[in-house]
Write a protein that binds this ligand. Structure first.
Ligand SMILES: NC(=O)c1ccc[n+]([C@@H]2O[C@H](COP(=O)([O-])OP(=O)(O)OC[C@H]3O[C@@H](n4cnc5c(N)ncnc54)[C@H](OP(=O)(O)O)[C@@H]3O)[C@@H](O)[C@H]2O)c1
Length: 522
C-alpha cells in the first residue's frame, strides 16, 4: 500500500475570504430562527465565523420569529445552541460569547403578519443608523418550504427587497438565501422561481445546496482543472463507467413528515447528487466565476434526456429499509418509524443508471446510489477506467485484479485514492492492487471549514459561484420528474425491501451486474 504521496507542508491557516475580499457591514435576518437548522447549524456557524474570521464590527443578526421573546431571551437561546453545537475544539470563551451575543436582535412576528415586516423595517433602519450596518441585508429563509412564498411576498410588499439607490447607483445590497428543498417537482420549483423573480433579481437570489460548500466537492474542480494529467483521460475513451454513492447509516430521525413527501430521489438526487455529477463531468469553464461555472453545469444536465417510462422501469430501482442492525444496534424498519404511514411506498433508497449524451461521455454509464440505513455513512465518486487493451500477464497472475480506479471521497475520511496494479515482490509474476492515497487531514493538517461557513461567507461578499442558479434547479427537476412520474404508475411491489445495515435491495445489485459490473462499496 503506497501511502500519502503529497503533503502540503504541515498545518496552514487560511482566511475564508478570497484575497482582497472584505465583507461589508450587513444584517442577516433569519426567518425560522427558533428552528432546528438555525439552532444546530446557522448560529454556531455564524459564531465561529465571527470569531475565527473577524467580521466588520457592524455585523448584526436579527431573528424574525413568532415566539414571544425579547433580545435578552433570544441571546440566551442562541448562546445555549452555540455552546451545545460548536465542536469541542471550537468552543468560545465567555468574552467571545458575550461579543457574539451583543450582535443579536429579536423581531417578533408571524410570517404572514404584514405589521411584523414594517416592524422589521424599523429595526433595520435603527441598526443602520445606530450600528452602521449600511443598509445591507441578507434574508435567510430557514423556514418550512410551505411558508417561503408568503415571506417573499411580504418582503416585497414592505419594500424590504430593494437595495437603496443614490443617483441611480446601488448604495446598498439585499440578498435572499433559500434552503433546500427548492420545490418538490418542476412545476413547484418554477412557481417559486416566478415568485422570487417578482420581488428579487436573480443576482440577489442564493439557492443553497450545502454540498457545494464542502471543500471536497469544490476540490473536484481543482483536481480536474488545475492538474494536467487527469483531464486527457477524463472521457469515454478511457473511462468505463462512473459511480456516485451517497450513503447514510442514519434513518429518518424526527423528519418523517418531510421525508414521506420527499423520499430519497428528491432529498438527495435532485440536488446534492446532481451537483456532484455536474462537477465531475462538466467541461472546463471559461473563467472561475459564478456564471461560467453554472453555464457548464447546466450544459451537463441538458445532455441528460428525461427518462421514458420504459427506461425508468429498466434503469431505476427503489428500495425501502426494513428492520435490521446498524453498528451492532437493532433498528426498526421505515414503516415502523414514528410518523410514517404503515403502508408507505416512499423510497429510502434509489439506484439509477444515467447517460450524458455528449461527445465526452457518450455510452459511459453513470451508476448512482443513495440510501438511508446503509452500513456506513459515505459519499464518494468512483471513476472506473477501462481495462488495458491487451493483457501480457496470465489470468493466474492477475487473479482478483481490477482495472484502475480513482475514488474521490467526499465524506468522511476526505481524500482521493488511485488503485493500480503492482508486482508482488518475489520471483513469480504475480500482480496485486495497491492504493495511492491522498488524505486531506494528513496533507493539510487542518479541518476543512464547515460547508455552511463557506456558503455564508460567500453570500456576505456576494459570490454566488457555489449557489444554484434558476435554470439549474429547473433542469434538474426535469430529469427527476421523468422518474417520479413513471414511478407513480408502477406497482408498490417495485419498492423493494432491504434490511437496515445492508447495501440495498438485491434488485439494485442486478441493475449493475447485468452490465457486467459491480458496485464499489466503501
Ligand atoms: N434541519 C436541517 O438540518 C436542515 C438541513 C437542510 C435543509 N433544511 C431546510 O431548512 C428549512 C428549515 O428547517 P428546520 O429543520 O430548521 O425546520 P423547523 O425546525 O421546523 O423550523 C421551522 C422554523 O420556522 C418557524 N415558523 C414556522 N411557521 C412560522 C410562521 N407562520 N411564523 C413564524 N415562524 C414560523 C418555526 O417557529 P416555531 O419554533 O415558533 O415553530 C421555526 O423557527 C427547511 O426548508 C428545511 O428543509 C433543514
Amino acid at each position: 500500500m503506497i501511502q500519502q504521496t503529497h503533503t502540503a507542508g504541515g498545518p496552514q491557516q487560511h482566511t475564508i475570504w478570497q484575497d482582497g475580499q472584505v465583507p461589508e457591514p450587513c444584517v442577516i435576518v433569519i426567518f425560522g430562527a427558533t428552528g432546528d437548522l438555525t439552532q444546530r447549524k446557522l448560529l454556531p456557524t455564524l459564531a465561529h465565523l465571527m470569531h475565527d474570521h473577524p467580521l466588520p464590527e457592524s455585523f448584526k443578526i436579527v431573528a424574525f420569529a413568532r415566539r414571544p421573546m425579547n433580545d435578552d431571551q433570544w441571546r440566551k437561546m442562541a448562546l445555549d445552541s452555540v455552546n451545545k453545537y460548536l465542536p469541542p475544539d471550537d468552543k468560545l470563551d465567555s468574552n467571545a460569547q458575550k461579543a457574539f451575543a451583543r450582535n443579536l436582535y429579536y423581531c417578533q412576528s408571524d410570517f404572514n403578519d404584514r405589521e411584523g415586516y414594517y416592524k422589521l423595517a424599523d429595526l433595520l433602519e435603527r441598526l443602520d443608523n445606530e450600528q452602521g450596518t449600511g443598509g445591507n441585508r441578507i434574508y435567510y429563509l430557514a423556514t418550512p418550504p410551505s411558508t417561503d412564498s408568503e415571506i417573499i411576498y411580504q418582503l416585497g410588499g414592505a419594500g424590504l427587497a430593494r437595495p437603496s439607490h443614490v443617483n441611480g447607483d446601488e448604495e446598498s445590497w439585499t440578498r435572499i438565501v433559500i434552503e433546500k428543498p427548492f420545490g418538490r417537482d418542476l412545476a413547484s420549483a418554477q412557481k417559486l422561481n416566478r415568485e422570487l423573480a417578482r420581488v428579487f433579481r436573480e443576482k440577489q437570489i442564493y439557492r443553497i445546496d450545502h454540498y457545494m460548500g464542502k471543500e471536497t466537492v469544490q476540490n473536484l474542480l481543482a483536481f480536474r482543472f488545475a492538474n494536467g494529467i487527469f483531464e486527457p483521460l477524463w472521457n469515454q475513451k478511457y473511462i468505463d463507467h462512473v459511480q456516485i454513492l451517497v450513503a447514510e447509516s442514519l434513518g429518518i430521525g424526527t423528519r418523517a413528515e418531510y421525508y414521506e413527501e420527499s423520499g430519497a430521489i428528491r432529498d438527495m438526487v435532485q440536488n446534492h447528487i446532481m451537483q456532484v455529477l455536474c462537477l465531475t463531468t462538466m467541461e472546463a469553464p471559461v473563467a472561475f466565476d459564478a456564471d461560467a461555472i453554472r453555464d457548464e453545469k447546466v450544459k451537463v444536465m441538458r445532455a441528460i434526456p428525461p427518462l421514458t417510462a420504459q427506461e425508468v422501469a429498466e434503469r431505476t430501482i427503489r428500495g425501502q429499509y426494513t428492520a435490521g442492525v446498524i453498528d451492532g444496534q437493532q433498528v426498526v424498519g421505515y414503516k415502523q418509524e414514528q410518523g410514517v404511514a404503515p403502508n408507505s411506498t416512499t423510497e429510502t433508497y434509489v439506484a439509477l443508471k444515467l447517460f450524458i449524451e455528449n461527445w465526452r461521455w457518450a455510452d459511459v454509464p453513470f451508476y448512482i446510489r443513495t440510501g438511508k440505513r446503509l452500513p456506513k455513512r459515505s459519499t464518494e465518486v468512483t471513476i472506473q477506467f477501462k481495462r488495458v487493451p491487451h493483457q501480457l500477464y496470465k489470468p493466474s497472475e492477475t487473479k482478483g485484479l481490477v482495472p484502475n480506479r480513482l475514488t474521490i471521497r467526499i465524506q468522511p475520511d476526505e481524500g482521493i485514492s488511485l488503485k493500480f496494479a503492482a508486482k508482488v515482490p518475489g520471483a513469480a509474476r504475480h500482480l496485486s492492487d495497491v492504493d495511492m492515497n491522498f488524505s486531506y487531514a494528513s496533507a493539510f493538517g487542518i479541518e476543512p471549514p464547515d460547508a455552511y461557513e463557506r456558503l455564508l461567507a460567500d453570500c456576505m461578499v456576494g459570490d454566488s459561484t457555489l449557489f444554484i442558479r434558476r435554470d439549474e434547479t429547473e433542469m434538474s427537476w426535469c430529469i427527476v420528474d421523468s422518474i417520479t412520474n413513471a414511478w407513480k404508475d408502477m406497482p408498490a411491489s417495485t419498492v423493494y425491501p432491504y434490511p437496515a445495515g445492508t447495501w440495498g435491495p438485491p434488485e439494485a445489485d442486478a441493475l449493475i451486474e447485468k452490465d457486467g459490473r459491480q458496485w464499489d462499496n466503501p
